[in-house]
Design a protein around this ligand. Sequence first.
Ligand SMILES: [Zn+2]
Length: 283
Amino acid sequence: MKAHFKRPTVVIPAAAPATAKENGNNILSRHNTSSVPKPSFGWTGCDKSITVLASAKHIHLTKEHLEILFGKGFELTPLKALYGLPMELAKGFIFSSTSTLQIIGSKPGRSLKARVLGPCREYSQVELAYTDALTIGVDAPVRLSGNLQNTGSCTLLGPKGKLVLNGNGHGVIRAQRHFHCFDIHCHWLQVKHEDTLCLKVISPHCNVILENLSVKHELVNLSIEDKTTLLKIIQKSKMIQGIECHLDTDEANACMLHEAIGYEILRKESNGSYKVLATQQLK
Ligand SMILES: [Zn+2]
């Protein structure tokens, strides 16, 4: 008969932030429910489910960099819509493409192949897990997407050219783990954009609490008109959107995400205890 041991919960603190200023010295005590916005529109397609996904290494490119690497006039071909979005929406928001590039760091003879995500962005950004960064010899500071000053540098090698991302404006990061929340999710959790929460992954013999997950309040900066348009597409697709959490592959492996039987979203209180805000049973 299989023995069942009750193992202690392991707490993995956040990877060292690039600077204290960036993440805030007291970010966990910054929570202030009075400043949490009320939901501004009623999207009936939201529910309280929690999905946790591992985000593998990938690349975002500017239009200019795309053309240097793949040739003039090149356009990305969508391969798969991401985050459960209908393709109609994913095309303008986020999709994995059929294109890949080699990422080269400082270790001679080492490189990694990674997929390019579309559509093009205002910056070129390589997102790696810590193990990936060690493999090819690049720095990958923990950052929110788009915050690319003083990040890692690397060379990208494509079929038609190569390009150096120098770590200033374009560069390599380890993406800060995060929750994607829509209006109503923020209201339920009583959080706002860039607040931090914790995630407990319940796996056989391996319960892990990850701290310092950033809240990404989706669509928060869109105009009412753009939100309305977007909502029409979402409602037409009958998509149900819960709270979605993105970890990198190192984090997902550390908590045996593939065997998880449940999740909890937690808030760390000023006395160090955790308050359960939401739960999800998987099996
Ligand atoms: Zn994400």
